[in-house]
Design a protein around this ligand. Structure first.
Ligand code: PLP
Length: 392
């Protein structure tokens, strides 16, 4: 018989009762160091006092009105995103897939408004992940996402991640945009190198295409910059954001230039819940904290400490660990074999991590993590590799 909760996830057999900063406490009272952050969502850790206060204060005043009316919190957050990024305008929604859907609609409507509606195809990268809606699984393009859900939404072509020659060769009369994650998350913490990103910007300009970044996972401070593309010193035309922006409250956003959004007018897009007062109260507080002096520098420092420690572990346990890579606090540990045994051993030893593609264990600590917890995680990793090395 099918379970009451639709069985779409492979879940670990553990539930949590409360969280505190980078720690989670199971219903059995066991404390875990949480290097998943709810998959890069709990950017400020669990039960951050300022987020708790912001949500509580808003909950007593007003939860929801719909977008039939002005929502002042949206104007404040949009203005701050505009001031701190390339963007001129922001659409608010509730998840990463919705932010991506909005971006795809922005791309199509831009060329429709320009009198060129036949230009709608988007060139995407192999191993990409953009969400689980029909259009975003087509953008992701991997068989494991699409299987069983045919026919795939039309309009997405795929080339090698990092491959500028393949990207150029894939451009046709119908190509409208280039889409990548500046750091692939689900794909295995693969970093788009600076010259690749610069090449994409050049190609987009040369052919009049829109450059579209999915920063749902790598954005909002995760890599030690507010957005990961800032490392390459260039800007996209469209960007999807979610996960870390709500700190655990469901918030998504699609940021674009004014030119890219030329087709988005009243009635063209919408969301009942998108940007409601509760979501905006929390997301504005996340922004308050992230824009404070030293916040992003802390992420870079902790990231360097973590990656440095992991590189030492790779040398110490070559039969289990093949490589460590990452930027800021978005880090991948490449295993020599199936990483599931390591993830489960780490969980036994009270460290929570996330599986990613390409035999990678993803480490996504909350951005407020301190030295002591980085060192605690490294010690658990060292011990777990030693235990695995001894065999069962
Ligand atoms: C998680 C993720 C998404 C989808 O976000 P949801 O909130 O699960 O819809 C899209 N793109 C990237 C890069 C992601 O990591």
């Amino acid at each position: 018989m099918i379970s009451a909760v639709m069985p779409t996830y492979g879940r670990a057999d553990i539930a949590f009762e409360k969280g505190e900063g980078p720690y989670l406490f199971s219903t059995e009272g066991v404390r875990y160091l949480d290097f998943t952050s709810g998959i890069a969502v709990n950017s400020l850790g669990h039960a951050h006092p300022r987020l708790v206060a912001a949500l509580g204060a808003q909950a007593e005043k007003l939860w929801h009105t719909s977008n039939m009316f002005e929502i002042p919190g949206q104007q404040i957050l949009a203005q701050r995103l505009v001031e701190n990024t390339f963007a001129d305008t922001v659409f608010f929604c509730n998840s990463g897939a919705e932010a991506m859907e909005c971006g795809i609609k922005v791309v199509r409507s831009h060329f429709d408004a320009a009198g060129d509606p036949g230009r709608y195809r988007i060139i995407c990268a192999n191993q990409a992940f953009h969400g689980r809606t029909l259009a975003t699984i087509a953008a992701g393009g991997q068989d494991k996402l699409l299987k069983g859900f045919a026919p795939a939404v039309d309009g997405f072509d795929h080339v090698g991640f990092g491959n500028l020659n393949e990207t150029r060769a894939a451009i046709g009369d119908q190509t409208a945009a280039l889409l990548i994650e500046p750091v692939q998350g689900e794909g295995g913490v693969r970093i788009a190198q600076e010259d690749y990103l610069q090449g994409l910007r050049q190609i987009a300009d040369e052919y009049g295409l829109l450059l579209f970044f999915d920063e749902v996972q790598c954005g909002m401070g995760r890599t030690g910059k507010l957005f990961a593309h800032e490392w390459a010193g260039l800007t996209p035309d469209v960007m999807a954001v979610a996960k870390g922006i709500g700190g655990g409250f469901p918030v998504g956003a699609c940021l674009t230039t004014g030119d890219a959004a030329s087709g988005m007018v009243a009635g063209s897009h919408g969301s009942t819940y998108g940007g409601n007062p509760l979501a905006m109260a929390v997301a504005n507080t996340v922004m308050d904290v992230m824009l404070e002096d030293g916040f992003l520098a802390h992420v870079r420092d902790m990231g360097a400490r973590l990656l440095g420690g992991l590189e030492t572990l790779v040398c110490a346990h070559p039969s289990i660990l093949a490589d460590a890579r990452g930027r800021g606090l978005m880090v991948g540990l490449v295993c020599t074999g199936d990483p599931k045994a390591l993830i489960s051993k780490l969980r036994d030893n009270r460290l929570l991590t996330v599986l990613a593609g390409g035999n990678v264990v993803r480490l996504l600590p909350p951005l407020i993590t301190q030295e002591a917890q980085i060192d605690e995680a490294l010690a658990i990793l060292d011990e777990s590799c030693a235990q695995l090395g001894k065999g069962p």
